[in-house]
Design a protein around this ligand. Structure first.
Ligand code: DI6
Ligand code: FE
Length: 407
């Protein structure tokens, strides 16, 4: 078989949903060709057609193989730096106060508007490489620091260049122009929403610059009515939906996202039982962002037990951004999801693989199953919990993206 790669004497965390197959396969072999997984299962059941591949398979000495990690919520394209706000928060200022004083998202907005595309691209590519070194093979990137038509489009064009670049994780692009009301519209809220629905979103859809539209539903951002208008337009344009929901207060964002059939509702610290029930019936994924919770020293955790009981799929992401989640490590987010939110190791792993793929509407990745894209990580660990338990150390032995060994 052309371009075949094979690993044997492995342990597989398949992350597959099938009941009749154990999620962990020991004494396993994984064979990929033409960028796709051709076989992932017990070595003694490898079909005869793969005899040649098996003969040349690399013995990984019992190492664990997981799907390539998927970071399904980031804000990686931005100008400037907000470490000064970090210092202000150490002195007691709150995130909302900093934003009210023209900082927060507005600080990044000014720096992003003032940065040229080359600078934005170079900085984002460098951040993507750092994320990739933690095992990430797919990354979602939101716009949302332009907050005017020209700069939002420019951010999404940077996403497009990142998608086309070699040697970077696969990029999924989301339009988050409804991230905050820009100062020049402070007394014209309706006008800003109309700019999005009548001007920006149609152009984003026509040019295929994003596959989804996101919004920040919060007292410091947009109301439910405003988000509804954006969602109605985005849906009609064939774009998928996501929502920053109930992060700082209960705005009934989870229920709103579910009502529109959104792929995911993200944050969810203040989501109530009705929100959880609505997400469960709509199949909306709960994206947990514990690094933002940690950075802002929040005290209220998302309703994990209820989400679990209702069977809502839970994903875990970095929320990588210069303000509320300055990190470029997805394993750190997994660690915090366990330590701060009480997820199990298996939930954290499913949260950055199968459930993260679902949060992005991607069906071709997130599990180690025949026919899936060959995105995988090989970990030099005895137990998967080691990956999550340790911070600041990488157990990665190798990363394969789209059938190509990248690390
Ligand atoms: N919630 C977040 O966690 C990010 N956006 C949002 O609506 C933070 C964005 C930032 O602080 O720059
Ligand atoms: Fe975010």
């Amino acid at each position: 078989m052309a371009d075949a790669l094979a690993w044997t004497n492995a342990r597989l965390a398949t992350c597959a949903p099938t009941r009749d197959h154990p999620r962990a396969v020991v004494n396993a072999t994984l064979i990929c060709a033409d960028g796709k997984i051709r076989y992932a299962g017990p070595t003694d059941e490898v079909p005869r057609e793969f005899a040649a591949e098996l003969a040349h398979a690399q013995d990984v000495g019992g190492a664990w193989i997981t799907p390539g990690l998927i970071d399904c919520h980031t804000h990686l394209v931005f100008g400037g730096d907000r470490s000064e706000e970090f210092e202000r928060r150490l002195e007691g200022a709150s995130y909302a106060e900093l934003q009210a004083a023209g900082g927060g998202i507005f600080g990044s907005m000014t720096a992003t508007r003032n940065a040229d595309s080359e600078t934005l691209f170079g900085a984002a590519a460098s951040r993507l490489r750092t994320l990739a070194a933690t095992g990430v093979t797919t990354v979602e990137i939101k716009s949302g620091y332009g907050l005017d038509t020209a700069t939002e489009l420019r951010m999404l064009e940077v996403n497009r260049r990142l998608q086309a670049a070699d040697n970077l994780p696969d990029v999924v692009s989301t339009c988050l122009a409804a991230h905050a009301l820009p100062p020049e519209y402070s007394d014209r809220r309706d006008r800003y929403i109309r700019t999005l629905t009548d001007e920006l979103l149609p152009e984003v859809a026509a040019r295929g610059l994003a596959s989804a539209v996101d919004a920040f539903g919060e007292h410091i951002a947009f109301t439910a009515d405003e988000i509804e208008r954006i969602f109605v337009t985005a849906s009609a344009l064939g774009l998928q939906l996501k929502l920053h929901a109930d992060q700082l207060s209960n705005q009934h964002g989870a229920a709103l996202a579910a009502r529109f059939g959104a792929l995911s509702a993200d944050h969810l610290e203040y989501t109530d039982s009705d929100g959880v029930a609505a997400m469960a019936s709509a199949g909306t994924v709960a994206v947990l962002l514990p690094v933002a919770f940690y950075t802002l020293r929040e005290s209220r955790v998302p309703p994990i037990a209820e989400l679990r009981r209702a069977g809502v799929p839970m994903a875990v992401a970095t929320d990588a951004n210069p303000g509320s989640a300055p990190t470029l490590s997805l394993p750190l987010a997994m660690n915090m999801a366990c330590t701060l939110f009480g997820l199990t190791i298996e939930e954290a792993l499913l949260g950055v693989t199968r459930n993260a793929a679902q949060a992005l509407g991607l069906q071709d990745r997130g599990t180690l199953e025949t026919g899936q894209r060959c995105d995988l990580c090989i970990w030099d660990v005895e137990r998967l919990a080691q990956i999550v338990c340790w911070t600041g150390h990488s157990f990665l032995k190798s990363v394969v993206r789209n059938g190509v060994i990248t690390a």
